[in-house]
Design a protein around this ligand. Structure first.
Ligand SMILES: NC(=O)c1ccc[n+]([C@@H]2O[C@H](COP(=O)([O-])OP(=O)(O)OC[C@H]3O[C@@H](n4cnc5c(N)ncnc54)[C@H](O)[C@@H]3O)[C@@H](O)[C@H]2O)c1
Length: 324
């Protein structure tokens, strides 16, 4: 491999699904990556899986960053010592299971190992950073960096600070994520559900109500997104979509404001989301009737990831055209 500049060490804590993806992204940007897991065999299987994935990405011309698959893999190694992964790391990405007690424990351990510069990021999907970083010596260096699965093809990262996170850490985390080819968004303060899940749950609630009120089939509701809104949302946000549907935002309100309020006033209460609710059983029955029962899901995930890969490729090509 051509000599790469040593950018320093990134520690990955937890080598499951998300830890593996992060390792590949950081190595693609030229960081030395140390993977730690409490289960030794997880580290060895993660290394094997990462090597295979990098080779496959290279073959399909989707490998990001410099150095080729072999060069990038040579930057990644495993350890059974938390200290080896964390001491003097530029950046640490915690990827342990979603459990508050565990996050508190791991952040406490990391707090004792890091120096005053290390960025301490958590992959948590929905735990507020203040819940597991309060009172730590290095609390101002802690931040949530929430990825979307699979992070290699869905580049958004939600950067959510605790009330005590320093502005410098937010900016440095943003810079490193951008360097990795991700698209970070920065929260001004923490909020339940971050943004991805706040928006996602709004949609899920309304989908559930449309089935409950027997307005549409599950298949047709999903078509509304897959063949309607989703086409625009693959490239534009909700806000710009509205902007382009009128002559500016005030004009959107002149044209559609009353309708938005009238329709919004017809939404029902938040569903209870209990597994034995009649509507939940009905949704499952409808999925099974179109061959999307539990046993069919692994194959469908492969189908999904192929499409996400193709979309990621298309978006990269179009973005390159935008730059030209
Ligand atoms: N899977 C997703 O779709 C997804 C998406 C975004 C964010 N996340 C978040 O990422 C985090 C990890 O999720 P995942 O899906 O990769 O989980 P996972 O179960 O696949 O992997 C977790 C890994 O952490 C290891 N681990 C457990 N305790 C540990 C400890 N004390 N120290 C070090 N390693 C430890 C486990 O052995 C396992 O290898 C969670 O907070 C999750 O909410 C997951």
């Amino acid at each position: 491999m051509a000599e790469m500049q040593d950018k320093g060490k990134v520690g990955i804590i937890g080598s499951g699904l998300i830890g593996r993806s992060w390792a590949m992204l950081f190595a693609g940007a030229g960081y030395r990556v140390k993977i730690f897991d409490v289960v030794d065999t997880q580290v060895s299987s993660a290394l094997k899986d990462i090597e295979d994935q990098l080779v496959r990405l290279e073959e399909s011309k989707l490998l990001r960053g410099e150095g080729g698959s072999a060069g990038q893999f040579s930057l990644i190694s495993g350890t059974d010592s938390l200290s080896e992964a964390a001491t003097d790391a530029v950046y640490i990405q915690e990827c342990v299971p979603e459990n508050l007690e565990l996050k508190i424990k791991v952040f406490k351990q990391l707090d004792e190992l890091v120096n005053g510069q290390t960025i301490l990021a958590s992959s948590t999907s929905c735990i507020l950073p203040s819940k597991f970083t309060e009172g730590l010596e290095h609390s101002s260096q802690c931040i949530v960096a929430h990825p979307i699965n699979p992070p290699y093809y869905v580049p958004l990262v939600e950067l959510v600070p605790a009330p005590w996170t320093s502005p410098d850490i937010i900016q440095r985390a943003k810079a490193i994520q951008t360097e990795c080819g991700q698209k970070p968004v920065v929260f001004k303060r923490e909020i339940e559900g971050f943004a991805i899940n706040r928006l996602q749950y709004t949609l899920l609630n309304e989908c559930l109500r449309l089935v409950e009120e027997d307005i549409m089939s599950v298949e047709d509701i999903d078509k509304v997104m897959a063949y309607g809104l989703g086409h625009r949302y693959a490239f534009l946000g909700v806000m710009e979509t509205a902007l382009l549907n009128a002559e500016g935002f005030p004009n959107y309100c002149d044209r559609y404001g009353e309708t938005v309020v009238r329709v919004s006033n017809t939404y029902g209460p938040t569903p209870t989301w209990r597994a034995d609710d009649k509507v939940i059983q009905e949704i499952q029955k409808q999925f099974e009737s179109v061959n999307l029962g539990v046993k069919d899901l692994p194959a469908r995930r492969v189908w999904r990831d192929r499409r996400l890969t193709a979309l990621a490729k298309l978006k990269l090509e179009l973005e390159a055209e935008d730059v030209e």
